[in-house]
Design a protein around this ligand. Structure first.
Ligand code: CTP
Length: 402
């Protein structure tokens, strides 16, 4: 799991946004993290320590001393890989900036030796007050990382800046800033994803069922291994969870071809996952084509094959991978694609009754390497498949260096 063995300490202060911390704890624990929680006394009015201790599988601390025992705040800050204060209310933010140690949360923050991330939450007017601005600048000067607030509905009922970031956003912020691997540091990767739309006229197009899920998961898996990633994507409903991934939106196979080839000089790894149309209409009508009483013969011409082009023009240190979606003679066809398109590996998707692929969350792949050796993988979630593909490519690149 993504966060297995990672230790995250969450500080919760008194703000209505504290309810979001419940969801955040759940996301972190589900991803394998060990989570400990410390609350300010005011936070207990907004969210129950019992819920938080149940979800985190740990005792939640809120008081400096409890009956006869003393909470060891120094130990907590040393235990954690990262401390996150979410929500950080205006009051807590001010105490953090000024070193005021009047509760356990503040004692833990001030003694924490691990990196600290802060997710503020307050009403818009407080957010824009110069005192808050000064406190935020001070926190940044202490190397605390600020998680941007969002614009939206606030506890006051007003709309504006100051909403705490959503749990999913904070989850990905923590991963991007503290838990990325450096295996592919300084490597530039390009991934294509999704379908292409080949226009017939201003309202119609030819396309396919590709959802883009696999390509997006691969782009994120490369990013989590430390690479600089560009994702060239056809139209999909997918979202990218990491803002540092450079997303280039295209529509047609021609646009995708241009977007990829113009970037290839700098690229170390290219993975062509898009379901690019093989044919496109010879002409795009300027106006909507009207129906007639007779049948219609549509003339199509071949599109440019992106994988073929980058395979033919491959530079010595580039690693190029493609997909093959096959319904019959799967392995033979995949090997043909490997050879013809001069790829370093082909990832074979079998479209049969055991593997539905399009839009599905699971996928079963076989990777054919440059020596035509087949590596079989179990049916897994597309995220896990993406990790397998990226680990495979890392192992191939490392082998080549030896
Ligand atoms: N591909 C591409 N550009 C195209 C067509 C395909 O880059 N115009 C890439 C796909 O992204 C994939 C690989 O080529 O990585 C294989 O595509 P696929 O459509 O399965 O194979 P084709 O070569 O088009 O052959 P066929 O449709 O006959 O199986």
């Amino acid at each position: 799991m993504l966060l297995t063995g990672k230790k995250i300490l969450i500080g919760i202060s008194g703000s209505i946004a504290a309810y979001k911390s419940i969801l955040l704890v759940r996301l972190l624990v589900k991803a394998g993290a060990q989570v400990k929680i410390v609350m300010s006394p005011a936070a207990k009015d907004f969210v129950s320590p019992l819920v938080l201790s149940t979800l985190s599988n740990n005792e939640v601390l809120a008081d400096l001393s409890n009956k006869n025992s003393w909470a060891n705040h120094v130990q907590l800050g040393r235990w954690a890989d990262v401390m996150l204060i979410a929500p950080a209310s205006c009051n807590t933010l001010s105490k953090m900036a000024n070193g005021i140690c009047d509760n356990l949360l503040m004692a833990v923050y001030l003694s924490a030796t691990c990196p600290v991330a802060v997710a503020p939450a307050m009403d818009e007017d407080m957010w824009h007050h110069p005192a808050t601005k000064r406190n935020l600048d001070l926190l940044e000067s202490y190397n605390n990382r600020l998680i941007p607030v969002q614009n939206g509905e606030l506890a006051s009922g007003l709309f504006g800046d100051g909403r705490m970031a959503e749990p999913e956003y904070i989850f990905h912020f923590l991963i991007a800033n503290y838990f990325r691997s450096s295996s592919l540091k300084n490597k530039k990767v390009i991934v294509t994803a999704g379908p292409t739309y080949e226009l017939l006229d201003p309202v119609r197009f030819i396309s396919n069922h590709s959802s883009g899920k696999m390509g997006y998961a691969i782009a994120e898996a490369f990013y989590l291994q430390g690479a600089d990633v560009t994702l060239v994507t056809g139209p999909t409903n997918q979202i990218v969870n990491f803002s540092a991934i450079d997303v280039v939106n295209v529509m047609s196979s021609n646009e995708m071809f241009d977007a990829v080839t113009v970037r290839m000089d700098d690229i170390d790894i290219a993975l062509m996952c898009a379901a690019v149309a093989d044919y496109k209409p010879v002409a795009i009508a300027d106006n909507k084509i009207k129906k007639k009483d007779t049948n219609w013969q549509l003339e199509l011409e071949k599109t440019k094959d992106i994988l073929q082009f980058i395979g033919d023009n491959k530079k010595p240190n580039q690693f190029i991978a493609g997909f093959a979606l096959e319904t019959n003679n799967e392995k033979e066809n995949a090997i043909l694609k490997l050879k013809n398109k001069k790829a370093d590996c082909i990832i074979l998707n079998s479209l049969n009754k055991d593997n539905s692929v399009f839009g599905a969350d699971k996928n079963k792949i076989t990777i054919i390497d440059s020596l035509e050796v087949a590596h079989n993988f179990e049916s897994k979630s597309k995220r896990e498949v993406a990790n397998d593909i990226v680990s495979f490519i890392i192992s191939k690149i490392t082998d080549e260096k030896k």
